[in-house]
Structures are given as C-alpha cells and as structure tokens.
Design a protein around this ligand. Structure first.
Ligand SMILES: Cc1cc2nc3c(=O)[nH]c(=O)nc-3n(C[C@H](O)[C@H](O)[C@H](O)COP(=O)(O)OP(=O)(O)OC[C@H]3O[C@@H](n4cnc5c(N)ncnc54)[C@H](O)[C@@H]3O)c2cc1C
Ligand code: FES
Ligand code: FES
Length: 545
C-alpha cells in the first residue's frame, strides 16, 4: 500500500495498513471501584447513592446523601443488562472482539442504543470503541483519502477538503437528520448499521470506496459494496472491525452531488441519490456512477442510468433518459416513510437533478459547505474498563463545574443519572430515542443527547446542563432573548433549544435564518414556536455581536 502521507484535517492518529501492528494488546485491568448489584448496601439501580463532590478549584470534599422525593420516571427505559467493555486502543478492541465474538461494537451509539431500547438488539457485551484514537480523522494520501471509521458525520460535513474533492460525501453528511446525531454518529456506524437509507453509503459507493477491515487474524481491504448484505446486515467476519474507508483519488474534471428527500429534515431518506461523473476532453460524460439509497434492501447501483449517460454529450434529454432508467431498474417498497410509487417518481427527479448538479461541478469550483466547527475529539488516555452486567462502577463526572463520583450500572443512561440521581431535571425526557432533542446537554464541549449516552461512557466527562446557565447570576443574553421574544410556551423543549443555540452561536456568531433552522433541526418544539425561537436567536446574536 502506497504511503506518501499528507495529512488533511486529522483529529487523531489514524491507523493505516502499513503502520499497523494488530497483535492484540494486553487488556488492562480496570481501576474503577465496583459493586455487585444487590450484593452490597446498594439494593439496585435506584438506591440512594452516596456521592463524593469536589468543587472545582477548591478541592474541598463534602460527603452528602442524595435523596429523591420522586419515584423514578420512565426515562429509565433500557432494562436489558449487558457487560460494558471499554478498550483504550485498537489492539485492545481487537483482543476483546476475539474473546467476545458476539459482542456489539458501540461507536456513537445513535443506532445501537435505539435498537437496544426498542428491544431489537440484546447483546451480552457491548464494546465501546469511542476512545480508540487510531480510528479517527481524514487523511489525504497518494492512494486517495482515508477516513477513520470513528470520524463523526459532522467532521465530514465540515471538511473543506471533502467539499472540494468528494463533494457528494460531504453533502450526504450535511444532509444528516439532526446536528446532535451528526456530532456523535460515525462513518463506521453509518456503514455497519447496514441500512439502505444510510446517507453516507451511496456517496461512498459513488467514489468506489473500499473498507479497511481489521480482526485479530489479520486485515483485509474489500469493496465497500461487498459488505452490504441487506437491511441491517453487513458481511463482517466474527471479531472484525471496520477501521477506515478509502476513497480512490478523483480524476481532474470530476463532479459529484448527493440529494435526499425525507419527510422532515430530521429524518432518514425516503430516497437518496449520489452521482459522480467526469467530463472528458470532448465535453462528454465519462466514468459515470449513480447510487440510490432507500429504494431496495441495500443501496442500489443504477447501471442502466449510468449507461444512458456514459460517453454521451450531456443534455437534458440524456439526463431525462437516465432518470427514467433509474426509476425502471429499482424495486422500492411501501413502508412507514413512503410508498413504492412515490419512491419511483422521486428517484427519477433526484437522478435528473443530481446528475445536473454533478455535471456543473465538473468545471466549477464547489463552495466550502456549511459553516461551523467540528466537535471536539473525545478525551484521550481514558483507561480501559470492564464492568460486568450485574455490577455497579464508580464514574467521575464534572457537572456544571462540580466533580462527583457516582456508581452506575452499564445500562444506565446519562439522562437518568442527571435527572434521577442528581435531580437536574432541566434536561427533559421526550422521545427517548434521539428524535426530539429535549434531553440535550453538553459533554466535553459538544451537545449530546442524554437519552443516547450510557452514563458509564461519560466517565471523566465535563457535563453542562441548563442548570449551569446563569446559575447564580443574571440570565444569559440568549435566555433573556428567549423571554423577550416569547420563544417558549410550555417550555419543555426550551432547555435543549437553549443549549443547542448556545453552541450554534459559539460556532457561528452571526448565523443566517437558514443556518439557525438547520442547526436546530433535531430539536422539536411541540408547541411549534419555531418562528419566535429563530427570532430570539437572531436577537441574541445581535446582542452578542
Ligand atoms: C434522530 C436520528 C436521526 C438520524 N438521522 C440519520 C440520517 O439523516 N441519515 C443517516 O444515514 N442516519 C441517520 N441516523 C442513524 C445513525 O445516526 C447513523 O447511522 C450513524 O452514522 C450511526 O453511527 P454511530 O457511530 O452512532 O453507530 P452505532 O450506533 O455506534 O453503531 C451502529 C452499528 O454499527 C456497528 N459498528 C459501529 N462502528 C463499527 C465499526 N467501526 N466496525 C464494525 N461495526 C461497527 C455497531 O455494532 C452497530 O451495529 C439517525 C439516527 C437518529 C437517532
Ligand atoms: S429524549 Fe432524547 S432526543 Fe428525545
Ligand atoms: S415550548 Fe412547548 S415544546 Fe417547545
């Protein structure tokens, strides 16, 4: 494999084939304190825990007993118990996978936790690879661009390099349904979830991407399309992990585009299309590739549509012919998101428009994509940890500036701990499966959905909740603007809206209305106060400017 590295926008030391030693490393004994569930003074998940708090900067320890006048609410909806294994390196992850071949890998968890909550996945062990540093980052090399499997969707959406050379992929990431989900969800998770509606997959296929797979028995490169076996199924061998994707270099005169139709912005595709083509010296389309999402059991390559365009002078007739071919060569289904008939018609329209956009980009500079800052990489040097399904383990959390130790079971969620154990009820329980944004808090400077983060994964994290805003002082400019503009009615969505808006203004101090609406697309207001929320954010931006 050729080397010649020229790093571009790397947020980690990505493991690449020639640099890899995949001998399983020693899995360190965890150092955390643990208790067997029910075997000590702590009767169960909702015992009244004793916590140790440290005020930041003062180092004063204060023992206190947390009590709750309330019974637990239904925020604790993950009843399935599992062992939690946290490797600190790729070698450790591979060693764990060798020993626990049926374990489920947890990357961002935006699919896996939802499946576990809905009872679709019941793994005995979960291997949390969040802190594996070697699998993150975007690197340009002599043989193309390598993207680590743990690279987040938001990092891809904000990569200027990808917008310039692999536009359809960046566009697919930018089309993701919710900002919080894109900040936590990963490329590897999007591929390995095996959904025909996964946004990055048609784009990866359009560029002829390969998957770099690692197992304790070795490594292999396969065409990414060969991994896809059907809805929710990928052909990974036992104990294998997707470490990275490689996209071959694009030829000069190449343009690409990704288009998606969904019921609302914050949703999976009804239909998606990725098109990539090159312009030859005679002004004809060459090397055409069209991939269709959500219209079959896996992403479908539209070969007849490609043939209708290849080696032809580009014209609207050629595009319409390709669109008709694409609609004719798919077999979509009726489901909760759409009907087969609509999907067929939408496919034709999207193929026409995606080819048009891709063609125009063969000779036109592409813009730099959305503004914003990619989420911070997770903490480094997090020690390995193994917690049995029946155990409680002490984790350390700094919440709104106070550091405390809390004992949690592997299946407890950050939202539970905040609301029920620490009585910080500002973060709300809405849907429980990542779709409403009511549970948004900040973790290590990045907004996360508390309902989709295991508390044990948050060990060592700096967490900010709405209670930390203006805790002992005047309201923040944003809070005041929400009041001035009547940007809440029942107030249920407001803590999540405020914490997302705060991050938006940190990333883009003067956002346009379109940017505000896009950034907040994963935060739902059941009172539909969106217009006043947008006004409040614009007002706060003005006040801050
Ligand atoms: C509200 C909401 C909106 C969403 N919107 C979109 C959208 O618009 N478009 C879209 O495509 N998806 C969407 N999703 C789905 C999901 O967010 C993405 O598929 C995301 O990229 C998954 O990444 P993850 O890291 O969270 O995966 P995880 O949930 O951690 O993992 C997903 C699956 O892949 C496996 N896995 C993860 N990483 C690896 C690896 N490196 N090697 C082997 N196996 C691995 C896991 O075991 C699991 O089976 C949405 C989800 C939610 C909850
Ligand atoms: S409760 Fe977490 S997103 Fe709805
Ligand atoms: S103000 Fe009621 S949910 Fe938004």
């Amino acid at each position: 494999m050729a080397c010649g590295t020229s790093p571009v926008e790397t947020s980690g030391q990505m493991v690449l084939p020639q640099a890899t030693c995949h001998k399983p490393g020693r899995f360190h004994e965890p150092q955390a304190t643990r208790h067997k569930l029910g075997s000590c003074h702590k009767p169960g998940l909702f015992h009244k825990p004793r916590a140790t708090r440290h005020k930041l900067g003062e180092c004063v320890e204060e023992e206190f007993e947390m009590t709750s006048p309330h019974e637990p609410t239904n925020t604790h909806i993950l009843s399935h118990r599992f062992s939690y294994l946290r490797p600190g390196s790729l070698n450790e992850a591979l060693a764990l996978l060798k020993d626990h071949a049926d374990a489920r890998i947890l990357a961002g968890g935006t699919n896996l936790l939802v499946d576990m909550k809905l009872g679709k996945a019941k793994p005995a062990e979960v291997i949390d690879i969040t802190f594996v540093p070697e699998m993150r980052g975007i690197e340009e090399r002599s043989d193309g661009v390598w993207i680590g499997a743990l690279t987040t969707i938001r990092e891809i959406a904000l990569s200027r390099f990808l917008w310039t050379s692999y536009t359809a992929l960046a566009e697919a990431a930018a089309a993701f349904g919710s900002t919080q989900v894109a900040m936590r969800g990963t490329l590897g998770g999007n591929v390995c979830n095996g959904s025909p509606a996964s946004d990055t997959v048609p784009a990866l296929l359009a560029f002829g991407a390969e998957a770099y797979l690692m197992g304790s028995d070795g490594e292999r490169m396969v065409a990414l399309g060969d991994l896809l076996a059907g809805p929710g199924q990928v052909k990974l061998r036992k104990g294998e992990i997707l470490a990275a994707a490689r996209l071959p270099k694009v030829a000069p005169g190449t343009g690409s585009a990704f288009l998606k139709i969904s019921r609302v912005h914050a949703d999976l595709a009804k239909v998606s299309v990725a098109a990539r083509l090159s312009r030859d010296e005679a002004g004809r389309a060459s090397s055409v590739r069209i991939e269709l999402g959500s219209v079959g059991p896996t992403v479908v390559r539209a070969r007849k549509a490609e043939a209708a365009l290849a080696k032809q002078p580009m014209s609207d007739e050629a595009r319409l012919a390709a669109a008709q071919q694409a609609a004719a060569e798919i077999e979509p289904i009726d489901d909760v998101r759409s009907t087969a008939e609509y999907r067929r018609k939408a496919t034709a329209a999207l193929v026409h428009d995606a080819v048009l956009a891709a063609w125009s980009r063969t000779e036109m500079e592409v813009g730099v994509g959305p503004r914003g800052e990619p989420p911070k990489a997770p903490l480094r040097d997090v020690p390995s940890l193994a917690v049995d399904a029946e155990e409680l383990v002490d984790i350390s959390l700094t919440v709104n500036g106070e550091t405390m130790e809390i004992d949690v079971a592997p299946n407890e969620l950050l939202l539970n701990v905040l609301r029920e154990r620490l009585e910080l009820t500002g973060a709300k329980y809405g849907c429980g499966i990542g779709e409403c944004g009511a549970c948004t808090v900040w973790m290590n400077g990045t907004p996360v959905l508390g309902c989709l983060v295991f508390a044990v994964s948050a060990d060592g994290a700096d967490v900010r909740t709405i209670e930390g805003e203006a805790a002992n002082g005047p309201l923040t400019t944003l809070q005041q603007a929400f009041i001035d503009e009547n940007a809440f009615q029942c107030g249920y969505c407001t803590p999540g809206m405020l914490l997302m808006s705060k991050k938006l203004l940190e990333e883009i101090p003067q956002p346009s209305e379109e940017e505000i609406r896009d950034y907040l697309k994963g935060n739902h207001c059941r009172c539909t106060g969106y217009a006043s929320i947008v006004r409040a954010i614009e007002k706060a931006a003005g006040g801050m400017g």
